[in-house]
Design a protein around this ligand. Structure first.
Ligand code: ZN
Ligand code: ZN
Length: 157
């Protein structure tokens, strides 16, 4: 995703208004590696600009996605998360707190699913699920045994 200044220029060139609300959202999403949901971004934006509406947040995120400035990520049916990182990358997600981090996976683009021969595959996304280090620590504190379950989920769209 481009810088807030470049996005403002892009908006204007599309005949769209650059409101202070949108500018705040540009700033909050720029280089944001948290993969926030619209609600999380709304909470963050509201703290800085009380009165901003959830509708404005959704609308701006959709516009940015339409303009190719960010992507939607859908991890295992949870709420849609937004990602300004447009580079080829994959994700690891914590099944306890939902934290998502960018990861590199070598060879993912070369994966060939059997059973999808009649599909034209446009994109391959790999999602690793596990428990992050801070959740693992609190599990240990609570005397819970570590989860031994790590599985990989591959989606195509
Ligand atoms: Zn966690
Ligand atoms: Zn990402």
């Amino acid at each position: 995703m481009q810088s807030p200044t470049a996005l403002a220029a892009l908006y204007r060139s599309h005949g769209r208004k650059v409101t202070p609300q949108r500018q705040l959202l540009f700033q909050l999403m720029h280089e944001n590696d948290q993969h926030p949901t619209a609600e999380a971004l709304f909470a963050e934006a509201s703290a800085q600009m009380p009165g901003i509406s959830l509708r404005t947040v959704y609308q701006t995120l959709n516009e940015l996605a339409e303009m190719g400035e960010l992507q939607f990520i859908d991890i295992g049916g949870g709420p849609t998360r937004f990602d300004p990182n447009l580079d080829d990358h994959h994700h690891v997600v914590c099944s306890d707190c939902g934290h998502i981090r960018d990861v590199q996976v070598s060879g993912a683009a070369a994966l060939h699913p059997s059973g999808a021969e009649d599909f034209v595959i446009n994109e391959v996304g790999v999602v690793f699920q596990g428990v992050c280090s801070s959740c693992e620590k609190s599990r240990a504190k609570a005397g819970k045994s570590p989860l031994n379950k790590t599985f990989t989920h591959v989606y195509q769209n």
